[in-house]
Design a protein around this ligand. Structure first.
Ligand code: C2E
Ligand code: MG
Ligand code: MG
Ligand code: MG
Length: 285
């Protein structure tokens, strides 16, 4: 009886909807399997200071899929977030990042580098998120002050008090915080000043047309001023040309990340780059 009713209700689904749903279910199962098989790995994109000296990297997850090749995060992070798989994926990313940091610590050319790790809202909201980070640090032996967590504004909207408690706990251990994609979210300036942040990251949407769109330039200028007055460093993401870098420098932004310096690359290539940086701009965008 119940089965028959179930079959009947299925008929109310649009067949296209059903195809979308089953594709998502299949993708979820694939992500789950891929996690077990170790198919998720980290690419590293250099972050540089004013003189082009590498200060660290951002870790960006990739799915090395046996059939589909290298899959970018946009194709699986949203599903991982919806299904809760982001918890396991995020932990895996943190562990890999901390292991990498621990390895760099014994090399004088690499030991000062920081590594920024993206944290999704759902991952951060877990009750034991702080414990998860501290465990990854302890088990790897990585220095907490080399780890930087990238949070987005969406995460800061709900339960600000809890967010501040968690950030303060990690901060007291030395972990740093950067506010990613800054400017496109809804963070209110009143609690921005209460968050124990270290850095604002200017969203790449403001960098893209910074030379031609006066509004983008004004926003970037405002973010730099805001960062300065809150005692935060400001980094720009998505820097693709020398002109964008000069413009940002003129606005008082002294840290950069983008294709102009390097694309995200496997760890060996990143280390190679740090040891002998390729002059910016010589890699075609
Ligand atoms: P994001 O954290 O804002 O990372 C910056 C994105 O911009 C990266 O895309 C990077 O490859 C790209 N990018 C860097 N420089 C340039 C440039 O000069 N021009 C342009 N057009 N793009 C540039 P990617 O690697 O595809 O990652 C996309 C997003 O996926 C990330 O945005 C982040 O929100 C998310 N993500 C990546 N890895 C993780 C992860 O381990 N955990 C979580 N939760 N999210 C992640
Ligand atoms: Mg990021
Ligand atoms: Mg970003
Ligand atoms: Mg972005």
């Amino acid at each position: 009886q119940a089965k028959a009713a179930g079959r009947n209700t299925m008929q109310f689904f649009d067949p296209d909807m059903q195809a979308v749903v089953s594709a998502r279910v299949a993708l979820e199962a694939e992500i789950r399997a891929g996690l077990k098989l170790g198919e998720f790995l980290l690419y590293y994109q250099v972050q540089v200071g004013i003189a082009g000296i590498p200060t660290g990297a951002e870790a960006l997850v990739r799915w090395q899929h046996p059939q589909r090749g290298l899959v970018p995060p946009a194709a699986f992070i949203p599903i991982a977030e919806e299904t809760g798989l982001i918890i396991a994926l995020g932990r895996h990313v943190l562990e890999q990042a901390c292991c990498q940091l621990a390895q760099w610590a014994s090399d004088p050319a690499l030991s000062a580098l920081t590594l920024a790790v993206n944290v999704s809202a759902r991952q951060f909201r877990q009750k034991d998120f702080v414990a998860e980070v501290l465990t990854a640090l302890r088990e790897s032996g990585a220095r907490p002050d080399r780890l930087k967590l990238e949070l987005t504004e969406s995460l800061l909207i709900d339960d600000v008090e809890e967010t501040i408690l968690k950030m303060n706990h990690l901060k007291s251990m030395g972990v740093g915080f950067s506010l990613d994609d800054f400017g496109i979210g809804y963070s209110s300036l009143s609690y921005l000043k209460r968050l124990p942040l270290d850095q604002l990251k200017i969203d790449q949407s403001f960098v893209r047309d910074i030379l031609t769109d006066p509004n983008d330039e004004a926003i970037a200028r405002t973010i730099v001023a805001l960062g300065n007055s809150l005692g935060l460093t400001v980094i720009a993401e998505g820097v693709e040309t020398a002109e964008q870098k000069s413009c940002l420098t003129a606005l008082g932004c002294y840290f950069f990340q983008g294709y102009y310096f390097s694309r995200p690359v496997p760890v060996e290539a990143f280390i190679g780059f740090v040891r002998s940086p390729i002059p910016a701009g010589s890699v075609s965008v």
